[in-house]
Write a protein that binds this ligand. Sequence first.
Ligand SMILES: Cc1cc2nc3c(=O)[nH]c(=O)nc-3n(C[C@H](O)[C@H](O)[C@H](O)COP(=O)(O)OP(=O)(O)OC[C@H]3O[C@@H](n4cnc5c(N)ncnc54)[C@H](O)[C@@H]3O)c2cc1C
Length: 452
Amino acid sequence: MERTDIIILGGGLVGLTLAIALDAHGVSSAVIDPADPADLIAQGFDGRVSAVASASGKMLDAIGVGARLAGKGCPIDAIEVGEGARGVLGFRPDPDDGALGVMVENRELRIALHATAEAAKDLHLYPRSRAAKVERDSAGVRVTLEDGRTLAGALLVAAEGRNSPTREAAGITVARWQYDHVAVITTIAHEKPHGNTAFELFFPAGPFAMLPMNPDAEGRSRSALVWTVSRKDAAGLVGLSDRGFLAEAEKRMGAILGRLLAATPRSSYPLGFHHAARITGERLALVGDAAHGIHPIAGQGLNLGFRDAAALAEVLVDGVRLGLDPGDAQLLARYETWRSLDTATVAITTDALTHVFGVPGRTASTIRRLGMSMIDRIGPLRDRFMAEARAKAARCPSCCRASPCDVRPFVLISSLRHCEPGESRGKQSSRSAGGSLALDCFVPRLSPASSQ
Ligand SMILES: Cc1cc2nc3c(=O)[nH]c(=O)nc-3n(C[C@H](O)[C@H](O)[C@H](O)COP(=O)(O)OP(=O)(O)OC[C@H]3O[C@@H](n4cnc5c(N)ncnc54)[C@H](O)[C@@H]3O)c2cc1C
């Protein structure tokens, strides 16, 4: 039987990120995934390009993945939001504040994550493998693979994406609905440079987003298109000839990027919403799309998953340094509390946006334009929107906030004691001569009921 601290089911973008973050801090993991890594990084497997918010980028830097992505992403320096092709709202931060995020091809993210994972010391990959039997109890977690190999650990993490079988087996209730939306995605070369600007144009049928990418092999300006259409129109749009497709897209874009020159093969994703009622159980934690799935209208799904991974890694690393069992109910309660507000806020806001921009008619359009121009004029509101785009508004794990050298030794816990009811929970910190941060932690005593 092979033993690691954590067993992760699912080696997608979020599962691998978690495993790498744990390895960077000496916590071992096994990552089990039925997919073949060669398929996952093959051209055409996943043609999506993700908006990686600046906070997520800092986390990827801190765990050593960022260096492998150097030069691969296109910075997003500004966002233009429009009702149709008429720009109404522009977000352009001070150049000193840096880019809002970076557009990175999912394929490049997968290549960087796999290379980092393969080089990691305490990370054991089980590709082309599936769990045949999973047992969780007070003694630990045991997984039997279909080929008969057995693994043991202290905590099971489900990172299996939106149809997580582990979440279902744990009986976790999920709020779920389908939108009448399908996202058609492709990459388009265009005549005018994008100026590192992301264009998000709202039409009654759904949003049409052109997101900046690095130039193609022929040096032409390129953007990633995420075109949301109603379900009944999706097949027709995907099946159009290249010429017909570009002509339709050009009608939506107006003259913003000039002539649209060429498109890569298209693919389509039916869109839905789901949110797990809880993200922990006995020796179990959910991360990424296994925990929540949202409309890609604001490019936040993967960023939420990255923050899950960073928060869970921070909680577990803190716990292990204190000598706690990684499956300890107190640690899982801390993860659950930490992530609940962020994921619920982003999910509700994103769902509201899809409805607000989907209401047809002139009156609705006037109200939307009025609302957007108010945001444009009120400084604090604009700042708040930019903080959301950077993913800075949420309470981010320390590795999404600090520079890498601040993060490496997360913290040095110098003492831990339980606080009594009414005593304020919190931390006192002091910086040691070596620069690491020493913390005295006051951890609330959990009642047996709240530790479930
Ligand atoms: C069109 C579109 C555009 C998007 N754009 C953005 C964007 O710009 N920015 C952003 O932040 N987000 C974006 N998202 C959301 C983002 O893509 C997802 O949130 C993200 O990919 C979720 O990653 P994950 O690792 O949780 O799940 P997945 O990527 O689904 O990975 C799950 C992994 O688990 C494995 N698996 C499945 N079943 C099992 C099993 N039984 N046992 C073990 N392993 C299993 C799979 O093989 C896979 O490797 C977009 C989504 C869509 C649809």
